[in-house]
Design a protein around this ligand. Structure first.
Ligand SMILES: Cc1cc2nc3c(=O)[nH]c(=O)nc-3n(C[C@H](O)[C@H](O)[C@H](O)COP(=O)(O)O)c2cc1C
Length: 202
């Protein structure tokens, strides 16, 4: 028996998009860049993740987006992790640009300039990265992987994992935002310790 014989699964035709057919969990970050006139730009990204265990981060973006063009031109970007209460910021940052090519909705989002790269980051985010463009990897059918080296890191005090904080209490106090692609989100506050196997090492 193979998977397509298993009546518990619907085997999709090649042209049917997998990720539109079920819900999957993704992070949700807001990438901050500067438009050519120096104004602030913010855009939510769910295809976004650390690359390895040290200081690299990447997100998938289309070359048509201002974020991609800004990061390529300036060589920098920020990454803000918004809280569930600030979901509206992510939504406003996804609004279409007007006829002049600007995105007026983001004036509603409180921002702060990043120390090193100078790009805007979202006030109140529970974690903020400052990145210098490392390289852009193309070849994913119109989507490209924009990667950066992390040169600045900021963790909000209420999300900071110290030795004397209980993880359960920390996450209840400062819940995480998860994107359930394509059209839902979740607030993650009730969590459990991961049952690592004995002898597990990273
Ligand atoms: C929840 C959510 C997640 C998104 N994730 C991505 C993503 O991972 N990559 C991407 O290229 N666009 C993504 N988008 C779309 C862009 O954020 C959106 O088109 C934005 O307006 C682009 O702005 P820009 O032209 O300033 O870059 C997402 C939109 C939403 C609402």
């Amino acid at each position: 028996m193979t998977l397509s014989d298993d009546s518990d699964f619907v085997t999709l035709p090649a042209e049917q998009p997998f990720f539109e057919t079920l819900y999957t969990v993704a992070p949700l970050v807001i990438v901050g860049t500067r438009d050519p006139d120096g104004s602030e730009n913010l855009a939510p990204k769910h295809m976004a993740m650390p690359l390895g265990w040290s200081d690299y981060f990447g997100f998938v973006c289309t070359p048509e987006h201002g974020t991609y063009q800004n990061a390529e031109r300036t060589g920098t970007f920020t990454v803000s992790y918004p809280r569930p209460d600030d979901l509206l910021n992510a939504s406003l940052a996804a609004a279409p640009r007007d006829a002049e090519g600007s995105k007026p909705t983001i004036s509603e989002v409180d921002t702060v300039d990043a120390d090193i790269v100078g790009d805007p980051a979202v006030v109140g985010a529970y974690g903020i990265l400052e990145c210098e463009l490392e390289r852009i990897v193309d070849g994913f059918d119109g989507a490209e992987l924009v990667t950066g080296e992390i040169v600045g890191k900021h963790v909000h005090t209420d999300a900071y994992r110290s030795d004397d904080t209980e993880p359960e209490a920390l996450l209840e106090e400062a819940p995480l935002l998860a994107h359930l692609y394509p059209d839902r989100y979740a607030e993650v506050s009730e969590t459990h310790a991961f049952p690592f196997p004995e002898g597990f090492q990273r």
